[in-house]
Design a protein around this ligand. Structure first.
Ligand code: ZN
Length: 317
């Protein structure tokens, strides 16, 4: 018989569903900020899957993905296991339209965290101590930052076989092997033996319908793979990418891309142009690789060295 799941002072028995308002910290005004946690449980024992968004507070696609899945009742028919869904992990950043917490620190570089540390470190600590020990797997939904858009993609680490299995079951358009960033939630999960994979789609503070629908479809495939729901779904074999690299601006100026996010590119193919605002020069941007555009810059004004295109490579470099 499955045991109760306890978060803070609240317990959720098998077969029950509950919204838990988990206290995080107070605002300077004295108001308590809590992180709503949605728990859905089947009576039948099975995996516990974390679905989380908004670890970077301005990455609204992840928040919307989880909001849609919960409001559409996707987890009301679990045949086994439990879902812990947290739409907004970083409530402080969300309130400020910001990636970070108000002191400028990144929660996703603050794991495992510290109960007496900075605010970012405290938020991370709540997750490390009270949420991660409960789960078997996690999917953390992100979005490109700083005017960069990501084509829908799932990131996992080759060193963690289970993360590879669930990433492939999710079957986003691209599945990318990417190293664990120190002090990230994915790194912390890996250290605790809880494979967490990271979905990336769209750009911050802008909804991207393709990314949102790909994420919902992928989550359904993953839930079927884990035996948690029984639904018809479309089989999909995404493109596997072993590595990725950036094409950067060699000159500053006004940047116009010739290709779109998701497009395949060949080595030395012209993929964009940079000109100065006065019509004095025009420089073609050539792809350094043959691969797939998995992310690109949307800012028309670029400095030397700015990242223009993120290219996914089917074979390692
Ligand atoms: Zn992010």
């Amino acid at each position: 018989m499955a045991k109760a799941i306890t978060i803070g002072k609240e317990s959720v028995a098998p077969g029950e569903s509950k919204i838990i308002n988990y206290d995080i910290a107070r605002l300077p005004s004295g108001m308590m900020i809590n992180m709503p946690v949605f728990v859905y449980r089947s009576k039948v024992e099975g995996p516990v899957l974390l679905l989380s968004g908004g670890l970077h507070g301005d990455e609204v696609n992840g928040i919307e993905i989880i909001r849609r899945m919960t409001s559409e009742g996707m987890f009301n028919k679990l045949i086994a296991g439990s879902i812990i869904a947290i739409p907004v992990l970083n409530v402080f950043g969300f309130l400020n339209y910001s990636r970070e917490v108000p002191d400028g620190k990144d929660v996703n570089r603050s794991f495992p965290g510290d109960s007496n540390g900075s605010l970012a470190s405290r938020v991370a600590w709540h997750l490390t101590k009270n949420i991660l020990p409960l789960i078997d797997y996690g999917v953390d939904f992100h979005t490109g930052g700083a005017q960069r858009t990501n084509y829908p993609q799932m990131r996992y680490s080759l060193v963690d076989k289970n993360s590879e299995l669930i990433a492939k079951a999710f079957a986003a358009p691209f599945t990318l092997n990417s190293g664990l960033i120190p002090k990230s939630i994915r790194h912390q999960g890996s250290k605790m033996g809880k494979p967490i994979i990271v979905f990336e789609g769209g750009e911050s503070m802008r909804f991207d319908e393709l990314s949102i629908s790909e994420a919902i479809d992928g989550t359904k495939r993953l839930l079927c793979y884990l035996g948690m729901i029984n639904e018809k779904y479309e089989e999909r074999k995404g493109i596997l990418l072993m590595d990725s690299s950036w094409i950067r601006a060699n000159r500053a100026g006004l940047f116009k891309p010739f290709v779109d996010s998701g497009d395949p590119v060949q080595k030395n193919q012209p993929v964009g142009v940079i000109n100065d605002p006065f019509g004095q020069y025009e420089i073609k941007v050539l792809s350094k690789y043959s691969g797939h555009i998995i992310g690109m810059n949307n800012n028309p004004v670029v400095h030397q060295g700015d990242a223009l295109f993120h290219v996914g490579l089917e074979e390692g470099r």
